[in-house]
Write a protein that binds this ligand. Sequence first.
Ligand SMILES: [Fe+2]
Length: 187
Amino acid sequence: MLDIIRGAGKNGIAPYGREWKYMPDVTVAKVMQKMVDYLKGDPKRIQHAIKVHSFVRNIALLSNLKRDKLTVLEITALLHDIGIPESERKYNSTAGHYQEMEGPPVARKLLKDIPLEQDDLDRICYMIGHHHSYHLIDGVDFQILIEADFLVNLHEHAIDEEGIIKIREKYFNTKVGKELLDSMYDL
Ligand SMILES: [Fe+2]
């Protein structure tokens, strides 16, 4: 019964109810391992992804994002910058548009044995492929990803208070994301 509740059906997909179609925590844990393995030797980028994932999860849970969307978003957070190594290899650049171009094919390869429905895989790749294109934010899941990435990047890039306030005004939208930012910098 417990296995059924956890959604352990064929290929990890339960035959009923969209909310329970994945074993969410195990799926996310497997994706984290794949991300760490893909980025091996680069602890800074690995830790960046893990921090973004952690903020994404908190904002999403406290904003009542639906459970199935949460799993898709957690996977996206872990892989959002996965295009960087290929951008560096092919173009000697980490520019946003190269990352956006190179990320989705790498993500599809890493996720090939993770049981995901096509529309969820497409959503993950859409967000990875546009995560520097803020004008294309088209849902609360994408919005949460952007806020979590800023929460980590503002610190990693040592942005000053004036810059933080500008970014808050321009790009933060969720109540929880704003609260986290305000507390972090005592705004
Ligand atoms: Fe990032």
